[in-house]
Design a protein around this ligand. Structure first.
Ligand code: PEP
Length: 256
């Protein structure tokens, strides 16, 4: 039987908040509410500019970036490399988020970033997910292609470092006319993702964490964690509210 893993709760702050003062306040508030947490891994991914300051506030809350460039150093105006993030004490990086894919990021580019991040020592959180569901279930193929292309050439020895975030775009809070995904939607996709990972990495696939993201809040977090077939959650909007985010962490800590 597969060993039960402690949960991981990741907050994606996206391009929020507007000032570092607000970021510090929110981070401090979350820190105060999670002092009792022992098992659950907490990660916050704020805008890049805030990382250095927030790093000094808490050791318990891990920090992540929302993107990383694949090269390590050199003439790449505007980019920040995975290596630089690692050297600055950052541990996680979200890659292939749907909002970045909308800006033109391809599976091929995400693949380079995944490899760069792994060799720099970061834990990549690879986001996959369909923009809509169809009767023919072709969204399974889309997610399979995303996984295969984004993980192309990644060595088995790195598999356990990777986190896969299933984020159906139609459920994300910023999507126009969005609607809720259920824990059943999450579970069937998590099983499918695990199968694709097994085909690629063999038994090592059991060590890869699969998490769910898409408008998760303090009311449905328990259902997703209990019935969604996942090892954790990626939260966007709710993570901007210190109280709500701390409640989600609380649920993960106290029920597993
Ligand atoms: C996200 O975009 O990664 C996300 C999970 O957002 P939200 O929780 O706001 O839907």
């Amino acid at each position: 039987m597969q060993k039960k893993k402690d949960k991981i709760i990741i907050g994606n702050w996206k391009m929020n908040p507007l000032t570092i003062k607000e970021a510090e306040k929110s981070f401090e508030d979350i820190k105060k509410s999670v002092s009792y947490v022992r098992k659950t891994t907490i990660v916050i991914c704020p805008p890049l500019l805030y990382l250095e300051k927030l790093k000094k506030i808490s050791r318990k809350i891990n920090l992540g970036a929302q993107d990383a460039f694949w090269g390590d150093v050199g003439a790449f105006t505007g980019e920040v490399s995975a290596e630089m993030l690692y050297n600055a004490g950052i541990k996680y990086v979200i890659l292939g988020h749907s909002e970045r894919r909308t800006l033109g990021e391809t599976n091929e580019l995400v693949n380079k970033k995944i490899k760069g991040s792994l060799s720099a020592g970061l834990t990549p959180v690879l986001c996959v997910g369909e923009s809509m569901r169809d009767e023919n279930h072709s969204y399974f193929n889309l997610v399979k292609t995303q996984l295969e292309e984004c993980l192309n050439g990644v060595k088995k020895t790195f598999a356990s470092k990777i986190i896969i975030a299933y984020e159906p775009i139609w459920a994300i809070s910023s999507t126009l006319n969005r609607h809720d995904a259920t824990s059943v939607d999450s579970r069937e996709m998590a099983i499918f993702i695990r199968k694709v990972l097994y085909d690629k990495f063999g038994a090592e696939a059991s060590r890869i964490r699969i998490i769910y993201g898409g408008s998760v809040n303090e009311k449905d977090a328990l259902d997703f964690l209990n019935n969604g077939g996942v090892d954790g959650l990626l939260s966007g909007r709710a993570s901007l509210n210190a109280k709500k985010f701390a409640e989600i962490i609380n649920i993960a800590e106290n029920n597993f």
